[in-house]
Design a protein around this ligand. Structure first.
Ligand SMILES: Nc1nc2c(ncn2[C@@H]2O[C@H](COP(=O)(O)OP(=O)(O)OP(=O)(O)O)[C@@H](O)[C@H]2O)c(=O)[nH]1
Ligand SMILES: [Mg+2]
Length: 197
């Protein structure tokens, strides 16, 4: 049976990790550097441009935002690695993100977003390592594919798999929220992970 994404809605925003309600449903988490396109991808997957707030300026999502989706929650995390904020703000975000992952939650899948245009960044390498070390189920979603040609995309898949230190078994999907490349594939990957969670 197909999921009626139209029923999705904003659930809650948490400014502190210890305020997050215990998990009831499986959770699909969107993680990645600030401005990589987490909130935009979430909106594309749910078919509603206005659900999660997006911005061309990094640092838009500053709380952990839960969205109710039939059968699961989507969790939009604040982005890491945005240099232009104060040290205390950065520390607060790190605390939020770590605080979330330290909890005993029903993680169906961590969707780890990486900009397809650039070589592997140190912070992205750290994130993938963190996910692997903790044994979290995760997949890498490459964003903003509309900004480069088809051949470069394929090349970047290899470059980033190597650069991020990912084994062949880690799923890596090419997406664009702008032209909807790969959105169907990400949806079905998430649905499968939720069914199996
Ligand atoms: N061309 C293009 N732009 C995109 C795509 N996805 C996101 N963007 C743009 O990238 C910018 C950042 O998008 P957001 O979704 O707000 O990024 P985020 O990762 O949620 O950022 P933070 O909340 O700051 O962590 C916005 O200007 C988006 O329109 C895409 O697939 N293609
Ligand atoms: Mg965001």
């Amino acid at each position: 049976m197909s999921i009626n994404y139209q029923l999705s809605r904003f659930y809650r925003a948490y400014a502190k990790a210890d305020q997050i309600a215990p998990s009831t449903l499986p959770e699909v988490v969107f993680a990645g550097r600030s401005n990589v396109g987490k909130s935009t991808l979430l909106n594309a997957l749910l078919g509603n441009k206005n659900l999660a707030k997006t911005s061309s300026k990094p640092g838009k999502t500053a709380t952990i935002n839960f969205f109710e989706v039939p059968g699961c929650y989507y969790v939009d995390l604040p982005g890491y690695g945005y240099a232009q904020v104060s040290k205390s703000e950065r520390e607060n975000w790190a605390k939020l993100i770590n605080g979330y992952f330290e909890q005993d939650r029903r993680l169906a899948l961590v969707v780890s977003l990486v900009d397809i245009r650039h070589p592997a960044n140190k912070l992205d390498v750290q994130m993938e390592r963190f996910l692997m070390d903790h044994g979290f189920p995760f997949a890498v979603v490459l964003t903003k594919a509309d900004k480069i040609g088809k051949q470069v995309r394929q090349r970047q898949v290899g470059v980033l798999r190597e650069g991020l230190g990912l084994p062949e078994t880690t799923p890596m999907l090419i997406t664009s929220a702008t032209d909807k490349t790969g959105i169907r594939e990400v949806r079905s990957m998430i649905e499968k992970a939720v069914r199996e969670a």
